[in-house]
Every structure is written in structure tokens, then in C-alpha cells.
Design a protein around this ligand. Structure first.
Ligand code: DMJ
Length: 616
């Protein structure tokens, strides 16, 4: 019925209310509205609602970027991130240190919450890391002081670097064309494969390649890789994974990508993946098992019966400290510090570290000692922990030099032909062989030489050079000029494999890794010559039409390819080769340490607690 005025009565409202009633109703209504708005703005977690009501430009500083990424898949997965670090410039653009300085002057830095200002330890992805402050602490621009580097254009070194870049581009494009999203490329069959180490995670080659692409300024390729991480790198997998491999390749690769670019997606994924690894530490000693089951969250098998492997549980330290640094979650640092203290307190036979340890009883399982496979990166992570802590982790330094001394006393040998090598030890009996993996030790000893006691520095420099020379011999004495998987010093034969099963080369990096460190330490041109020999041999024997492949026999010039382009070829071999032909301030060793998969992690110049470990 339409509203009409009733004669003789005071005018009524729309609902037929009298004036006092109307007044009371309006009073009630305005009280209700005030209450609602109060709740909206004052209750915890209301910031998301605020975003719904306020246009992006008038939101709090620091939340502007959040509004931009709200439709991003990562934002959906993680909830919204409170304060993402601003992205560093694309490869080749101005160094971020100078950029951050300029921006700070304009007040831009106010948008970035200082480190530690807001810690939400229950979810490391919400933690705020001050990326600008970190970048301003670097002593050298990431990509060196100039795009041209020091040498004149047209110089052979520049051309050599360009060649290595072309190899990376070819390796990446082949992978992209035939195996994008799979773990690794099979260049002969032109497809991809997953392998059994990553528990259902995919894209190992992509994650392993990110920093190399960035370093080489392969901008388009880097964007392709990043887009895949954003859109297709899913962590909700349910297989059984190697703790070590996931850590060094995926977490290491993501951490480096974050530190190089400031892109939040890398930080967030690294932390989430790190959290997925934590169940591996649920053992009576806290020494993790080799593998973790992503589905049940339990730990699974360990090779060699019930043992954990020294090189595996001993190569988590660098990445886990950075996970704490980037997440505010102490749990990561606590796990690796516990490993350190278990090892520190254990009785060591002759000061040597055997390769197998029971995670249940915390005792050594076998008396096999090696600086090659099973032991290798444990030693590497001791000296690198010292360096990464900006030389505050004295415990790591002490353990490193003590271990090196024992290795020298019991494992080091010189062959009748004058080649220095590190043998393997089985309960006191020596195997006079070196694995290709052990060839990283030349670089490690060179890196550590500078902080040794003064009277030992020269000795370690010479030792590093001698071991690297031996490893070069293992290449030079083959027909392809590539080195075998293992080589012996027996019965008059030196630095050669003695059986076909040890004669393969799977694109491994350790020898060129040592060339790179020795070059940076000495600038002796021999290391670039040797590096170039490797480039030439790779091109001749390992390049196929659809990518690079390992070969079955380095002593045959008719290559039999193994049909695998290992992800570490892109992460390590090509990166170390490129750095060998670059200026020293490109990824300077004053700013970075390389994890055992060649992913650069920054030295902790800030002295934050995640990195430092004071002497006891
Ligand atoms: C890489 O995954 C790492 O360097 C690891 O430490 C040992 N082996 C391979 C490359 O050979």
C-alpha cells in the first residue's frame, strides 16, 4: 500500500514512526555503525579488510607491493605477505647498492621495515628481511664493477667468457625445449626425467640454473626460469627425497636467487621447502637421516644400513643459517648447531671423521674416511661456515684446520711420479685413489690457506696447487681431455682409471671449481689455460644436438653419451668456468661463499645472530 499522510496525527516516518521513536532508532543505528567500523580497524588481522576498503596508494607504506601481488599465485598460496623486499634490478642494470642509496635519500627506504622490526616466528614467510640494508653492505657490486669487465673489448678473455655464456644458453634452451619442468634433460632421447632424489619435486635444472642465468645476464632466460618458479613450482609433493640434494640444489638455488634479485618468491619458497625438511631431524641424536618422506613427514632409509652420511648431514650448515636469517625462525640454525656439537664432542679416530654415523646411537658405524664422495662437502662447509660468519665462527675454523691436519698426516701421499693426492682410508689401510669429487679439495685448501696460522699459509697454498695439478693430470692423461670418475696411483700407472666402471665423466664441476679458486688466489694463467682445455673438450665430446651429455669413457674419442644433462652442469660447471674468465669482483669472495652446488650465499657482514657463532 502506498504511503500517505493520516489526518490529525503528527507526520510519521517512512516506517510509520513518530519523531521520538525515529530519533531513538537513528541513535541506535549510528552506534551500530561505529561499532562495526571500530572492529574492522582495531581488531587484529584486520589489515586484509583494510585493503578491501582503501585504494592501494593510500595504504600503509610497505603494503603497496602487496596490493600488486594479491592476484599472484604465490599470494594465494601464502596468504598475503606483509612486506616483500623490493626486487633488485634485472641483470645488467645498475648495481642495487647504489640504487638503494639513492632511494633511501628519497625516503623510499621508509617503506622497508628494518630487520627484526616484526617477527612472526610461527610463519617464516611473513618475516621481514631488510634486503636494501643487506645489499648496501656488500663490498662489491654483484656483477662486478662494469659490464665490460676490466679487459678491453675484443680480448680473448672476453671471447672465452662469451663462449661459456653461449654454452649455458644452449644447455638452457635445450632443456627448455625438451624437458621444461622436469628435473633434468635427456639430450639423446630429447625428453626429461625426474630421478629419485627429489621426492616428487620437479624443475631441478630450473632452480639450479637461476643464479647462473642471472650472473651471465641471460635476462630472457632468467625471466623464463623465474616465471616457472612462480607459476609451476609446487611443494605439495609426497615422495621420499634426499635431504642433502634438496638442500644443496633447491634450497641453495632459491636462496641465491633471492639474494641476487630480492624477489620474494624465492625467499618464500626456500623457507617453505626448508620446513618440509625438518622431520628428517627427528632422531634420538638430532643427526638427520639421509631422506625425508614429504608425505608422512617421517624420515626414511639411509644408505649403508642405518647410518647417516657425513657429507650429507655435514652440508646443511650454510643454507640452514640463511633460512634462519631470512625467516626469523631459529629452528633451522638450532638443527645445524646441534649437528656441529654432536660432531665436535665425538671421539675421532686419529682426528679423522669417518663417513658413516648412526643417527640413533651417535657413534661411528664404519671406519671409512674420504675427502671424495661421502665425506667431501663436510670439510668444505667447515671452512665456508667460518668465512660466511665473517670470521666469527671460530669453532668451525678450529674443526677445519684440525681435520685438515689429520688428513695431511694420514691420507696425503705423493706418487713415485711426483703427483700429490689424497687417498681414502679404510680402518688404517689406504686405497691409493682419488675420486673426481675429491678434486674440489684443491680449491677448498686454497680458500682456507689465507686464514691458517701464518707459518702454514704458504704450505697450504702449495698443497692446493699440487692437488689441483694432479687433478689436471687426470684430465690430461685421458684421450678426451676430460677426467674419469676415479683415478689410481698403483702399479706404475698414475692419475688414470683402472677399469671402465670408473672411466666415465658426467659433466662434474670439481676440477674447474679448483681452477677458479686457484686463479683467484694466484692469477697464474695456467688455470685459465686448463679451464679452456675443459671448454674445448666439452664442446667436442659432450655437446650433442639437443644439449650436453656425460660420456661413458674418457679414454675413447668416439663418445658414448650417457644421455644426461645433469643440473649441476648448469649450476656449477658452467658457472665456475664463467667466473674463471671473469674479474675477481664478480661475485667477489669478499662477499660470497658458494655452497657445494655453487650457489652463492652472502657473507654475514651484518653480524646478525643467525650467522655468528662465538668461541666458547
Ligand atoms: C654436486 O651436486 C655437488 O657438488 C655435490 O657436493 C657433489 N656432487 C655434485 C657434482 O659433482
Amino acid at each position: 500500500m502506498p504511503w500517505r499522510k493520516v489526518p490529525g496525527l503528527a507526520p510519521a516516518s517512512l516506517w510509520g514512526l513518530r519523531l521520538p521513536q525515529k530519533f531513538l532508532f537513528l541513535l541506535f543505528l549510528s552506534g551500530l555503525i561505529t561499532l562495526c567500523f571500530g572492529a574492522l580497524f582495531l581488531l587484529p588481522h584486520s589489515s586484509r579488510l583494510k585493503r578491501l576498503f582503501l585504494p592501494p596508494r593510500i595504504q600503509q607504506p610497505g603494503l603497496e607491493v602487496v596490493a600488486d601481488i594479491a592476484g599472484h599465485p604465490l599470494a594465494r598460496e601464502q596468504d598475503l605477505l606483509p612486506n616483500p623486499a623490493p626486487a633488485a634490478p634485472a641483470p645488467g642494470q645498475d648495481g642495487p647498492s647504489s640504487q638503494s642509496r639513492v632511494r633511501r635519500k628519497k625516503g623510499w627506504a621508509r617503506r622497508v621495515r628494518p630487520t627484526g622490526a616484526r617477527r612472526l616466528p610461527d610463519d617464516g614467510t611473513r618475516f621481514s628481511f631488510d634486503f636494501n640494508a643487506f645489499r648496501s653492505r656488500l663490498r662489491h657490486p654483484v656483477l662486478g664493477s662494469g659490464a665490460e669487465q676490466q679487459e678491453e673489448s675484443g680480448s680473448p678473455v672476453r671471447a672465452q667468457r662469451e663462449k661459456i655464456k653461449e654454452m649455458m644458453q644452449f644447455a638452457w634452451q635445450s632443456y627448455k625445449r625438451y624437458a621444461m619442468g622436469r628435473n633434468e634433460l635427456r639430450p639423446l632421447t630429447r625428453d626429461g626425467y625426474e630421478g629419485s632424489m627429489f621426492g616428487g619435486l620437479s624443475g631441478a635444472t630450473i632452480i639450479d640454473s637461476l643464479d647462473t642465468l642471472y650472473l651471465m645476464e641471460l635476462k630472457e632466460e632468467f625471466q623464463e626460469a623465474k616465471a616457472w618458479v612462480e607459476d609451476s613450482f609446487h611443494l605439495n609433493v609426497s615422495g621420499e627425497a634426499s635431504l642433502f640434494e634438496v638442500n644443496i640444489r633447491y634450497i641453495g638455488g632459491l636462496l641465491s636467487a633471492f639474494y641476487l634479485t630480492g624477489e620474494e618468491v624465492f625467499r618464500v619458497k626456500a623457507i617453505q621447502l626448508g620446513e618440509k625438511l625438518l622431520p628428517a631431524f627427528k632422531t634420538p641424536t638430532g643427526i638427520p637421516k639421509s631422506s625425508v618422506n614429504f608425505k608422512s613427514g617421517s624420515w626414511g632409509w639411509a644408505t649403508a644400513g642405518s647410518s647417516s652420511i657425513l657429507a650429507e648431514f655435514g652440508s646443511l650448515h650454510l643454507e640452514f643459517l640463511h633460512l634462519t636469517e631470512l625467516s626469523g625462525q631459529q629452528v633451522f640454525a638450532k638443527k645445524v648447531r646441534n649437528i656441529r656439537s654432536v660432531l665436535r664432542n665425538l671421539e675421532k679416530p686419529f682426528g679423522l671423521y669417518p663417513n658413516f654415523l648412526s643417527p640413533v646411537s651417535g657413534t661411528w658405524v664404519q671406519q671409512h674416511v674420504s675427502v671424495g664422495g661421502l665425506g667431501d662437502s663436510f670439510y668444505e662447509y667447515l671452512i665456508k661456515s667460518w668465512l660466511m660468519s665473517a670470521k666469527t665462527d671460530v669453532e668451525a675454523k678450529t674443526m677445519y684446520y684440525e681435520a685438515l691436519e689429520a688428513i695431511e698426516t694420514y691420507l696425503l701421499n705423493v706418487s713415485p711420479g711426483g703427483l700429490t693426492y689424497i687417498a681414502e682410508w679404510r680402518g688404517g689401510i689406504l686405497d691409493h685413489k682419488m675420486g673426481h669429487l675429491a678434486c674440489f679439495s684443491g680449491g677448498m685448501i686454497a680458500l682456507g690457506a689465507e686464514d691458517a696460522e701464518e707459518e702454514k699459509r704458504n704450505h697450504y697454498r702449495e698443497l692446493a696447487a699440487e692437488i689441483t695439478k694432479t687433478c689436471h693430470e687426470s684430465y690430461a692423461r685421458s684421450d678426451t681431455k676430460l677426467g674419469p670418475e676415479a683415478f689410481w696411483f698403483n702399479s706404475g700407472r698414475e692419475a688414470v682409471a683402472t677399469q671402465l666402471s670408473e672411466s666415465y665423466y658426467i659433466l662434474r664441476p670439481e676440477v674447474v671449481e679448483s681452477y677458479m679458486y686457484l686463479w683467484r688466489q694466484t692469477h697464474n694463467p695456467i688455470y685459465r689455460e686448463w679451464g679452456w682445455e675443459v671448454v674445448t673438450a666439452l664442446e667436442k665430446y659432450c655437446r650433442t644436438e639437443a644439449g650436453f651429455s656425460g660420456i661413458q669413457d674418457v679414454y675413447s674419442v668416439v663418445p658414448s653419451h650417457d644421455n644426461k644433462q645433469q643440473s649441476f652442469f648448469l649450476a656449477e660447471t658452467l658457472k665456475y668456468l664463467y667466473l674463471l674468465f671473469s674479474d675477481d669482483d664478480v661475485l667477489s669472495l669478499e662477499d660470497w661463499v658458494f655452497n657445494t652446488e655453487a650457489h652463492p650465499l652472502p657473507i654475514n657482514h651484518s653480524g646478525s645472530s643467525a650467522g655468528a657463532r662465538r668461541p666458547r
